[in-house]
Design a protein around this ligand. Sequence first.
Ligand SMILES: *Cc1c(COP(=O)(O)O)cnc(C)c1O
Length: 496
Amino acid sequence: MSEGKPGEKGKRAKDVPGAVAEDGGRQAQLRSLAAVDEVLREPAAQELLERYPRALVTDAVRAVIERLRADILASGEAGAATAAGAADLTPADLVPWAARLLETAVTPSLRRVINATGIVVHTNLGRAVLPQEAVDAVVTAASGYTDLEYSLARGERASRQDHVHDALCAVTGAEDALVVNNNAAAVLLAVAATARGGEVLICRGQLVEIGDGFRIPDIVLESGADVVEVGTTNRTYVKDFEKAWTQRTRAVLRVHTSNFRVVGFTTEPSIEELANLAHERGAVLVDDLGSGALAPLELFAEEPSLKESVAAGADVVTFSGDKMLGGPQAGIAVGRAATIDAMRRHPLARALRIDKLDLAALDAVLRLYLDPELALERVPTLAALAVPLDVVRARAERLRALLTGQRTAQFALQEDAVTLADTVARAGAGALPVTEVPSVAVAVDVGDASALAASLRAGEPAVVCRVQDGKLLFDLRAVDGSELEELAGAVLAALA
Ligand SMILES: *Cc1c(COP(=O)(O)O)cnc(C)c1O
């Protein structure tokens, strides 16, 4: 890697577009920027060269100089003063900046977050938090060899699916089961294995965009089947499906409208009607449930029942591992043996297979579901949704005491700057979109709330909260009791 030759400074400045002749001041500033090799010769840079590979240090120094160059070029009349400052910097001044870039480059990017948003399964914050049993299983699977695809009883090759197959059939009542990388993959595989080269019928009202611009009908098209929209946005009848049926129809896909509701004048065929229709005509019914609520939580009454879909005869029912199940990222497909087996043997099954760490976590989570009461207690997603409001309020009171009390030697907030507020928490991850889960937040009213929220996001651990009416709101439904001291410390540190 080149480290900047003598004369590079002048040459680069001439090459910079926009550094036109009449702008002599800016050109002079660009010329006075240090060269990479000048910075590398600084004694402080020697320390960096001892700690990091030379190529990394060179790249960091180059990045610092490029940033200064960009600042100078971007500076119009208004920014002239800052850019003039950049030109006064000595080569030694640039070393600490390079050191900071190097530190960032070698530190893992993924950081811990305390979720004070009140959204329990937050897709941007990594969805479900795993129960300890699953964390332990991941550690075991990650840190040594396992019998992932090996039968210790027979001493020969086996399938990774064996570890979760029986538990999945037991908790869903299905004949057969298969897990893949995520639910979008499960839907893709189900349609590819049953309807490739044919047509898939979907209700118009169920053409769901699942998030980040990705849409179920586009995913289905990638299976090699054509999507046929049936009925209207709000009302679709069995007779609409009969009318749309052709020689090429291979499957009916029901998609749970997981992240929105159409209310009022609406009709959709029941899952039994769709199953009967598909089976009478030699096609299959694929039911994408999205979240797949399995736990005995009152809140889940609004979600379609997984067991009912299976019992109604859906050939494949798919759902996510990391939504309301509260497990790892996974796509779970359960249903009739003939269809699940076709999925298992499809080439895409290999491309979409679940990795061993997620499989280990899923294995552990499913064991908890064998005892539904135990699942409610042990699975953090379920516990966060089920915890009584007075427990959430007690967390809020404790956080308030930690923020205002003198227990922390450093610094505390004024009593009147910290209040409790009743809030509405959400299940999140596109599940139960209209269900309001009562919750309690600590509201902090001190100065510039958005600036404080930014410092909180920059902290360690990072804290993500809500900003409302100029106040910071820390919703405590998704904050574990064991995180409160850390949360208080992070808030006080951001304010100090
Ligand atoms: C979330 C969701 C998906 C996608 O699941 P992933 O596990 O995120 O791939 C598909 N369909 C529906 C209805 C969903 O709600």
